[in-house]
Design a protein around this ligand. Structure first.
Ligand SMILES: [Zn+2]
Ligand SMILES: [Zn+2]
Length: 434
């Protein structure tokens, strides 16, 4: 059991933010041989039949062993090994979801995700919609989505986050995590570094648009990323301590999303860039890149923009705001149609949902000028881009778009149009007014 995480199990919190937060996760084990505890948990909960969902690699890395452990404890096990698509990868899309539904016997009571982010997203959705218990066995500390509630799925080539459920219990076996490829460990660390910019984006939304903000959730998210940066050397050397701290950070970040019921604390413009790159790669039928690798690189790009904000005086900001053209539904729709092709109508609906009032651009500009000092305080809280780069380098993660395999044209396009991926206020939405 992890001490840091234990405090957040099965909690119900009447929060100062005005919301009542529910944390339904019952057990989180991060240790060597954590997998050995799955069978006991299943039997204790009164279940007799489970389905393991994995891909070819994660079945070998952990699924097979878990199956033996469960069968030795007289638990009936069925297996769903997710098929790869034409590009040789498993995606969290319609095909994978249907495969899980077809592979799961009606009598199966529990779905166990044995894998990294993608497998978890598929199982999170399938278990939620079929009302089966969801257990998590991560095979790599690669993403902060293990504990979270939303399932980012690709439906008709559009990446969207569908509300689903958190796992009831997480069994992170350090012996399994220790065998994860370095790129996946670096990706987990990159996903965490993105919290610095996502938290700043959330603060901007709170400051400028009076968006709901939860201090507790924001504090947990910051604690999560600092757990990782404070243990950088251990993580870089892949020690048990380092892997445990990274996993704790990832799960804690997931819990901070669970608290508020959405991904706002942990996902800002750096994630929108990442999603944009992912969709373009998908449209061009190119191989997917690791989520956290994209987020780490995008976080550096966003930190550069926060750094530039610090150098802008209130007078300069006011002059730019006076000159900039305020976006309207009409001009945005035109831009989205140019940038998003077949996906444009869905993206327009995301940005301009029916029955919602659009942001008053003039009022927003006035507020930015009025609160410029606070905007700069938010910008100053983001670590320098060089710092983020040094951290990424230390874990051998990609630092630049070039190292990641994202070409300059795509970076340029995303800086213009990724803000439309989600209807959330971020540094990119601030910058288009400046
Ligand atoms: Zn992420
Ligand atoms: Zn709260």
């Amino acid at each position: 059991m992890s001490e840091i995480l234990e405090a957040w199990l099965r909690r119900s919190i009447d929060c100062a933010c005005g919301q009542r937060h529910e944390l339904p996760i019952r057990r989180i084990i991060i240790e060597r041989d954590a997998m050995k505890q799955v069978a006991g948990y299943v039997k204790e909960a009164g279940f007799g039949e489970v389905t393991l969902i994995a891909d070819v690699r994660t079945y070998q890395a952990a699924g097979e062993k878990l199956r033996e452990l469960l069968e030795a404890a007289q638990v009936k096990v069925s297996i769903s090994v997710l098929r790869e698509n034409a590009l040789g990868e498993v995606a969290a899309d319609e095909e994978a979801i249907v495969q899980v539904l077809l592979d799961t016997p009606l009598s199966s009571e529990v779905l166990v995700a044995v894998g990294a982010g993608t497998v978890h997203d598929i199982v999170r959705f399938a278990s939620h919609r079929t009302k089966r218990t969801f257990l998590s066995v991560p095979t790599a500390p690669s993403v902060d989505g293990f504990a979270s509630v939303g399932a980012p799925l690709i439906v008709r080539s559009f990446k969207q986050t569908i509300p689903a459920c958190a796992p009831e219990a997480i069994f992170a076996d350090l012996a399994v995590l220790a065998k994860a490829p370095q790129a996946m460990i670096a990706a987990g660390f990159g996903d965490m570094l993105g919290k610095y910019t996502s938290l700043a984006d959330w603060s901007l939304g709170r400051l400028l648009l009076a968006e709901h903000y939860c201090e507790l959730s924001a504090r947990l998210t910051l604690e999560a990323v600092e757990l990782c940066t404070a243990n950088l050397d251990e993580i870089a050397q892949r020690t048990d301590l380092g892997l445990r701290k990274l996993m704790e950070g990832l799960i804690l970040s997931g819990l901070s999303m669970l608290l508020v019921g959405h991904s706002r604390p942990a996902s800002g413009a750096e994630h929108h860039l990442s999603h944009y790159w992912e969709m373009v790669l998908l449209q061009q039928r190119r191989r997917a890149l690791l989520h956290g690798a994209k987020v780490g690189v995008a976080a550096v790009l966003m930190a550069q923009r926060y750094e530039a904000l610090q150098g802008l005086t209130a007078g300069e900001a006011a002059a730019r705001l006076a000159q900039s053209q305020a976006p309207s539904e009409l001009t945005d729709a035109e831009r989205i149609r140019q940038a998003y092709g077949d996906l444009a109508e869905q993206v327009i609906a995301e940005n301009y949902p029916a029955n919602s009032t659009a942001v008053d651009a003039q009022a927003l500009k006035a507020r930015i000028i009025e609160k410029w000092g606070d905007v700069q305080d938010i910008a100053r809280a983001v670590p320098a881009p060089e710092q983020l780069m040094a951290w990424l380098e230390a874990v051998q993660g990609p630092v630049t778009p070039e190292q990641l395999g994202v070409e300059p044209e795509l970076v340029e396009a995303s800086l213009q149009d990724a803000l439309f991926v989600r209807n959330r206020f971020t540094i990119l939405r601030l910058l288009r007014l400046l």
